[in-house]
Design a protein around this ligand. Structure first.
Ligand code: UDP
Length: 332
């Protein structure tokens, strides 16, 4: 069914998640306005939508007042640096987009009577003492540690979003997004999947931080987008985990990438970054029950798609990708 009478604003539209959401809403017939300031996003991710009649784009920093003419039914707030390297490079912007940026989006949602969905994160659980993480766990975050700027911005984001819901009755949705991957990630964003694949492509050793026993649970982009789409169309206003519960240690994951890419390189060990969460796996009981959603893509397939995407980039991009690790950046 065509939804062209519905208008969606997507902040962070030129980013990894944001651009895939633009595609999904366009495919569903919505009129999509993308917004980004390109601080970490790239117009390459939206180029294919440039001339689409239902797509428009506004270059804007949402920490400044947002002005949209006409109707708006939904706001999907996905603007934020999202990789640990980025939070260190641009800590103030990270805090501002999660706080001031969210405040501006909520004000807009109130004015337009729109539903607001925010991209929250598993980082609200910090280095979790409850495993797997359920939505009722309050978390274990170091506010003044290197990740604090992101974690606390996202925790504030949840708090102000809930306040607009209870005080102003703005309809809200809060997706707690766990590690998500796929095509359009930045090869140099420092996160483990582009880092390992980039290293394999460039013929470098794979850098495992710590002893590699820390775990993550990786969700393929298509599954993530489906979860978010369903959440938006639900009437559930409490936080909900969206992620893939298939958990793997970073050490084993490095072996998966070595096998996938067929590289002859080996694993080298580096210092574990401060406050790097030791375990992470979403409990998705709520998402299964409320959204009738669970991830469908296995890691082997998702990683193959991701590898093909990185390989399709011009070769200079593999080499230009300055692979600054988290630790290197702290030391600079
Ligand atoms: N990691 C690693 N080598 C790298 C990049 C990351 O061992 O080159 C580890 C990192 O220390 C963390 C995990 O991989 O334990 C996931 O890191 P990422 O930056 O992807 O996201 P996070 O889940 O920590 O936000």
């Amino acid at each position: 069914m065509s939804q062209t009478n519905k208008h969606v604003l997507i902040t962070g539209a030129a980013g990894f998640l944001g651009s895939h959401l633009c595609d999904r809403f366009i495919a569903e017939g919505y009129a999509v306005i993308g917004m980004d300031n390109f601080i970490t996003g790239s117009f390459d991710n939206l180029k294919h939508l440039e001339n689409h009649p239902n797509f428009s784009f506004i270059e804007h920093d949402i920490c400044e007042h947002i002005n949209i003419e006409g109707e708006l039914d939904y706001i999907l707030h996905f603007a934020s640096p999202a990789s640990p390297i980025d939070y260190l490079k641009i800590p103030i912007q990270t805090l501002k987009v999660g706080s001031l940026g969210t405040h501006n989006c909520l004000g807009l949602a109130l004015a337009k009577k729109a539903t607001m969905l925010i991209a929250s994160t598993s980082e609200v659980y910090g280095d979790p003492l409850v495993h797997p993480q359920t939505e009722d766990y309050y978390g274990n975050v170091n506010a003044v540690g290197p990740r604090g700027v992101y974690d606390e911005a996202k925790r504030f984001q949840e708090a102000i979003t809930m306040a607009y819901h209870t005080f102003h009755k703005v309809p809200v949705r809060i997706a707690r997004i766990f590690n998500t991957y796929g095509p359009r990630m930045r090869l140099n964003d420092g996160r483990v999947i582009p880092a390992f694949i980039g290293q394999a492509l460039r013929g470098e050793d794979l850098t495992v931080f710590g002893d590699g026993s820390q775990t993550r649970s990786f969700c393929y982009i298509n599954d993530q987008v489906e979860g978010i789409y369903r959440l938006l169309h639900s009437n559930y206003s409490q936080p909900i985990n969206i992620g893939n519960p298939s958990e793997v240690s970073i050490r084993d994951f490095a072996d998966e990438i070595i096998e996938l890419t067929g590289t002859d390189q080996k694993v080298v060990y580096k210092e574990l970054p401060v406050n790097d969460p030791l375990q992470r796996r979403p409990d998705i009981t709520l998402a299964k029950k409320i959204l009738k959603w669970e991830p469908k893509t296995d890691r082997a397939y998702g990683l193959e798609q991701t590898l093909q995407y990185f390989k399709s980039l011009p070769k200079e991009k593999w080499y230009k990708a300055e692979h600054k690790t988290f630790i290197n950046y702290i030391k600079k």
